[in-house]
Design a protein around this ligand. Sequence first.
Ligand code: HEC
Length: 246
Amino acid sequence: MRQRRFYDCPLSEKLLYTAFLLLMAIGYLMALVYLYTSHEGHDRKAGLSIEDIVDTYYGNRSGTRLEAAVRGPMAGYIQKIEDRHEIVAWLKDAAPEQDYRTTVRPILERSCLQCHSPASGLKIPNLSTYEGIKAVANVDTGESLHTLMKLSHIHLFGIGLVAMGIGLVFRLAAVGGWLKVTLMVLPFVAIFADILAWFLTKWDPVYAYTVVVAGAVLGVVWAGQILISLYQLWFLKAPKEKESFN
Ligand code: HEC
């Protein structure tokens, strides 16, 4: 038996598919605009860039007063360059308390605490306690894991269903075998890769590129599915002979 195609559908079904696809296309464009306006300028520069995405998920970890101080006015008090690397690496690691005690505190004892502790009487940040150093080591690590989990389950359910809906309509298109399989499966792969990459970007900013590439793949494949479907819904005539496209 021949596969059912768009030209086999009654008018009511064609209208249903057309309305759904158009609505989803508008929804996708809205999402793009929303994405742009909510992430644009995160890095305090106009336009959406890879840094904005890094800032969202990884955070801006070099913006602390402590790093500015050890690279600038306080640099002269550090005897060994490795000590500065240790402090900066600790900040990039989100300044955990454990490592403060084991690696950072000994460096500060050697180079900084003669001034930066209550004993000195100076009105400057107290670096001799973790609470004290936190005030100048407030690392921005982007969206919290908790927020990412909330966003990812909403996205997986929501976008997964949209992909299913568009895919169900597109299955009636007359398109060659492998191309069709690829177009059918790619949205799901892209959605998964995109959301996985949020978490990976939190760990290493290089994955911000995966977020962009997966998002672009999803956009292109959906555009393909929607445009092919709309075209065939209204312009593709049933072939004369009983030849099947698969
Ligand atoms: C000889 C005394 C002295 C030593 C040693 C010293 N500092 Fe300071 N530090 C100061 C004074 C005074 C200020 C406040 C004036 C200023 O900001 O320049 C200050 C300010 C700071 C600030 C606050 C900057 C801000 O944004 O307000 C940080 C952070 C800091 N120091 C870190 C360090 C670190 C880390 C070391 C060790 C590598 C260090 N300091 C060693 C005297 C010292």
